[in-house]
Design a protein around this ligand. Structure first.
Ligand code: NDP
Ligand code: 8X3
Length: 257
């Protein structure tokens, strides 16, 4: 059965990669979509596409998740329009740099911690009380296998994703007794703009990350997100890990060239 239709799903980082795929997949299944991210033109293009292709109701928010006040006022603006998300997909996130800790750039660390950890907290804190009040809702955190195994020079990025594990587990505990569910979906390598961002626009290096094997696609991850949200209300998927068949551990990737 389709338990997605008619729900109101907020996706952070819907302008690219996994978030854009999630927005498309939820719209296709009949959800009302609140698409957020910093690149306004992309949000508008996405909204137009979802309306045209799926007849979806779509709201957009040009939102930097690091800005707590902006997150709260966006929540208030939505509420004033009668839009109260009952699914939040905390997807906005990034790696910046891949260096040994001793030579890492603290500005990169700020960006990762502020986005992947604090941004996730601001969004969750803003939208969760209405779910608790309605006694219905779902928070889906996009974690990573980087929150399960660290790898050389993964240090701070992995630390942020280990934090997502603790926050997913902690939130489940804190919500015991409510009908609000909390899941994390933790992928291995997914071909998106992730590596372009990590390597500060070095496209050659970014492309090489996905060469010689078949990585996950953003749609593969969106399928997993749909699965956890569509599960019957008495089922709370804590954690769903998905890997490319060609990848069996953080650093074990079978490449043919
Ligand atoms: P992309 O770079 O393709 O997309 C990242 C999205 O996050 C963009 O929409 C971007 O939008 C948004 N974003 C970044 N910073 C902010 C911010 N400060 N405020 C709001 N939105 C922001 O990467 P992915 O799709 O791969 O990444 C999505 C999530 O998946 C991340 O949490 C990542 O850690 C995780 N992940 C990725 C894997 C991979 O191999 N690709 C594997 C495992 C997990 P904009 O720039 O417009 O704000
Ligand atoms: C992204 C996957 O292996 O580059 O979370 O950390 S990895």
């Amino acid at each position: 059965p389709n338990r997605i239709r008619g729900r109101t799903v907020l996706v952070t980082g819907a302008t690219a990669g996994i978030g854009a795929s999630c927005a498309r997949s939820f719209a296709r299944e009949g959800a009302r979509v609140v698409a957020t991210g910093r690149r306004t033109e992309r949000l508008e293009a996405l909204a137009a596409e979802l309306r045209a292709e799926h007849g979806a109701q779509v709201w957009t928010g040009s939102l930097d998740v690091r800005d707590r006040a902006a997150v709260e006022s966006f929540r208030d603006e939505l509420r004033a329009e009668g839009v109260v998300p009952d699914v939040v997909v905390n997807n906005a996130g990034k790696a910046r740099g891949m260096d040994p800790l001793q030579s890492g750039d603290p500005d990169d660390w700020d960006e990762m911690i502020d986005t992947n950890v604090k941004g996730l907290l601001w969004v969750t804190r803003a939208f969760l009380p209405a779910m608790i009040e309605a006694d219905r809702g779902h928070v889906v955190n996009i974690g990573s296998i980087a929150g399960r195994w660290t790898y050389p020079s993964g240090n701070v990025y992995c630390g942020t994703k280990y934090a997502v594990v603790a926050l997913t587990e902690g939130l489940n505990m804190d919500l015991a007794g409510t009908r609000v569910r909390v899941s994390s979906v933790d992928p291995g390598l997914v071909e998106t703009e992730f590596s372009e961002v990590r390597f500060h626009g070095d496209s050659e290096r970014a492309e090489s990350v996905y060469r010689g094997y078949t990585p996950l696609s953003p749609d593969d991850v969106a399928d997993a997100v749909l699965y956890v949200v569509n599960a019957p209300e008495h089922v709370d998927v804590f954690n769903l890990v998905l890997m490319p068949t060609d990848q069996r551990h953080a650093t074990i990737v079978h490449k043919t060239d």
